[in-house]
Design a protein around this ligand. Structure first.
Ligand SMILES: [Mg+2]
Length: 216
């Protein structure tokens, strides 16, 4: 019995095996890529850029609705900015973001609101390669990418040390409840995303930051 108990305890501390989540937007991406397969690469890139501009304009409109804004917006990577676990891919892979993520990042950049990354990925080298390939690496004033058993408490302490920005001036997006629970108790307005960063989650985040006591 003792052996069984210790095995269970040991097992409990081992992270569960990462498998790609089922995501409706993944299916949507597949549908989009099928319907776009008759278009040239240039036409597809122009389409994507036009969509990024549309999302950015809408994100700027949403940001403009609120008087009280965060000074720093922090994003998780896997299943928040992109729909996969980067550790399951090679550096030579072709990364892609959730459809509305780029436009939202561009809107925060335009508004002069700083951004950071907090990721528990064990493969910071792959994550950084993907951020480079996606052309968004330079958008972030801090990037904390390391495994941790404190959920993201250590990540946020490091981000605070690096930026000097207080926790209550930060807004955080992540897809894991444990991270949201831990970081919100530190005073950071935290939003649990269901299917990646999109305009709806942005609106929820801005609203919660602006009126933290109201139920949304
Ligand atoms: Mg995640």
């Amino acid at each position: 019995m003792v052996v069984a108990t210790s095995t269970w305890v040991k097992k409990k501390n081992v992270p569960y095996k990462k498998r790609e989540k089922k995501s409706s937007s993944k299916h949507l991406l597949q549908l989009i890529s099928t319907s776009h397969s008759l278009l040239s690469v240039e036409e597809r890139e122009t389409d994507k850029e036009m969509e990024d501009v549309r999302v950015k304009d809408e994100a700027l409109r949403l940001i403009g609705l609120f008087e009280v804004l965060p000074r720093l917006v922090v994003f998780d990577l896997d299943y928040t900015l992109w729909p996969f676990y980067n550790e399951l891919h090679s550096k030579r892979g072709m990364p892609y973001l959730y459809p509305q993520a780029k436009g939202i990042l561009q809107a925060f950049q335009d508004k002069g609101i700083e951004m950071a990354i907090a990721s528990r990925s064990p493969t910071a080298d792959i994550a950084n390669t993907f951020l480079d390939q996606l052309g968004i690496q330079s958008m972030f004033v801090a990037k904390e990418i390391f495994t941790s058993r404190t959920f993201k408490a250590d990540h946020f302490k490091a981000i605070h040390r690096r930026t000097g920005i207080p926790f209550n001036s930060m807004l955080f997006f992540d897809d894991e409840y444990g991270n949201i629970d831990t970081v919100s108790k530190m005073g950071v307005t935290s939003i649990l995303v269901d299917d990646g960063l999109n305009l709806q989650e942005l609106h929820s985040g801005l609203q919660k930051f602006s009126s933290p006591n109201e139920q949304i």
